[in-house]
Design a protein around this ligand. Sequence first.
Ligand SMILES: [Zn+2]
Length: 185
Amino acid sequence: MDLEKVLEENGVILKGHFLLTSGLHSDIYFEKFRLLEKPYLVRSLIMQVKQKLNKLNFNVVIGPLTGGALVAFAVGEVLQKLAFYAEKTDEGFVLGRGFQLKDSDRVLVVDDVLTTGGSLEKVKNLILSHGAAVVGYFVLIDRRPQDRELNFPILSLVRKKAKVYTPEDCPLCKQGIPLVRRGSK
Ligand SMILES: [Zn+2]
């Protein structure tokens, strides 16, 4: 299965000229909810990396709300593990809802799209602060512009280096291609 093609056909990978939430421009936009709205597709994609994930030998999977939590649920379902959710508050990420981590827990941190790794890093620190171990990261789409180091093993379904530009240096602007605003809101 050509994952990239599947994602394009489902409207997950969009090509053009996009204004990102960060204010930067990009030639690619990932409409992650076109994937997350199809749990059967998410499930079949996770089945493809099931063995690799199993080798990480974790017993809990944690993702940040909203998208990361949906991925955590799907991974937990396929691999028969506990799935917790990290919530963003004014004080940073917290584990609410009575979720309990033990010193012996081995946690896989997941998210939908990896752009800079900032959220994963914060969730990792949250888990470490609870005394549990983090075994690795898993994301559906890894769109880091270059090989931005994360100092941590990362597994993804699709690795797509997206080009990002500041508005001043954007070649797509210079070509006069209309800019499309995309975002969660
Ligand atoms: Zn531009």
